[in-house]
Design a protein around this ligand. Structure first.
Ligand SMILES: O=P(O)(O)OC[C@H]1O[C@H](O[C@H]2O[C@H](CO)[C@@H](O)[C@H](O)[C@H]2O)[C@H](O)[C@@H](O)[C@@H]1O
Length: 338
């Protein structure tokens, strides 16, 4: 008998046995779905690739190809997009302690002096602002579902861009808060688990949860979400992320920002996006598909990516940002000398 066929063949199996069988099939498929989540939780993100040398050729260091990047920007306006965790700050166990260094802050401030610069993060804006503390930046929090212009506008930012405020998932706020409370309750007995409210999305952290408890955790999370079909589950670096099912992500957020920065000719912009996680791939893909600008993946290991270039870790991100600001400063000075 084909599993799940309907109506049940009465001659072959009694109704009671059929129900038992269906229950078993249902359990089995739940276990399969949970175990595929479990497998994915065990992997890093995005998926690691084993062969190294070809990857480095396809995604060379943005530092070694710095001249190529600046050459492509000739006659164009560079716009800088920066992910936060794992890009500007190293990954740490406690999400509340993911501070960026003073020298990284100075490097970000340096690029923002010359180029429109945005932080694009899964965090809520208030939280990421408490880490970054730079008023001259655009912020796209909650995976791009909360976009805000700078509170202190550098001269090169057009006035209309300053007032940007866009929140495409507003109607989901009550639901997100309800699910946040349910998840707090459901996971309170799982040692090391932390639920973070990122305003328009939620994070369930399992970095500090013993691996033997991961399957229990994913079951709890999925049991809560079963009653909320308008929310979906994705995964980042040792974190389960819950967000509205709307067609919005970091890629859409950067498209929105590019279109609303107030430049006359959108085609004359060269966006540079630097990020380390799966959610950043949406932004890399937008740039790749539009053949506009460059994605830079931050990773020590080869990973499947839509980024063009790579950087190994936040300290290299800092070097890249410092170099970009220096390059602009010197090229402006040279122009003045002419
Ligand atoms: O888009 P991002 O800025 O990269 O935000 C993605 C998630 O980042 C944070 O979690 C990650 O960093 C933590 C601190 O280093 C680390 O403990 C955790 O394991 C990582 O997944 C943030 O806490 C999450 O809410 C974001 O979704």
């Amino acid at each position: 008998m084909a599993a799940g066929s309907y109506p049940p063949p009465r001659s072959a199996v009694s109704i009671a046995n059929y129900k038992k069988l269906m229950c078993h099939v249902d359990q089995l498929s739940k276990t399969c779905r949970a175990s595929s989540w479990l497998e994915s939780m065990k992997e890093s993100s995005p998926t690691y690739l084993s062969a190294d040398s070809d990857w480095k050729r396809r995604h060379p260091s943005a530092l070694s190809k710095f001249d190529e990047i600046t050459a492509a920007s000739m006659g164009k306006k560079i716009v800088v997009f920066l992910d936060y965790d794992g890009t500007l700050s190293p990954i740490v166990e406690d999400p509340d302690s993911a501070f960026m260094t003073e020298s990284m802050r100075a490097a970000v401030k340096g690029v923002a002096k010359y180029f429109p610069t945005a932080i694009v993060t899964g965090r809520c804006i208030d939280k990421v602002f408490s880490f970054v503390q730079l008023e001259e930046l655009f912020y796209a929090g909650s995976h791009g579902m909360d976009i805000k212009g700078p509170t202190k506008c550098p001269k090169h930012i057009k006035a209309q861009a300053k007032s940007i405020l866009f929140q495409p998932a507003n109607e989901f706020l009550p639901m997100i808060n309800e699910v946040y409370n349910l998840l707090l309750e459901k996971t309170k007995l799982i040692p090391g688990c932390k639920v973070e409210n990122n305003r328009f999305c939620l994070s369930v952290h399992f970095r500090c949860v013993e691996e033997k408890r991961w399957s229990g955790l994913i079951e709890e999370v999925r049991s809560v979400l079963a009653n909320y079909p308008d929310l979906r589950l994705t995964q980042g670096r040792k974190v389960l992320e819950i967000r509205p099912t709307i067609e919005w992500n970091k890629g859409k957020a950067i498209e929105f920002l590019l279109e609303n920065l107030g430049f006359d000719n959108y085609a004359d912009i060269l966006p540079i996006y630097i990020g380390d996680d799966r959610t950043d791939e949406d932004a890399f893909k937008v740039l790749r598909d539009r053949q506009q600008g460059f994605g830079i993946l931050v990773s020590k290991f080869p990973k499947e990516t839509n980024a063009t270039y790579s950087l190994k870790e936040p300290s290299e991100v800092k070097d890249f940002l410092l170099r970009l600001a220096d390059w602009k400063r010197f090229s402006q000075r040279d122009r003045l000398k002419l």
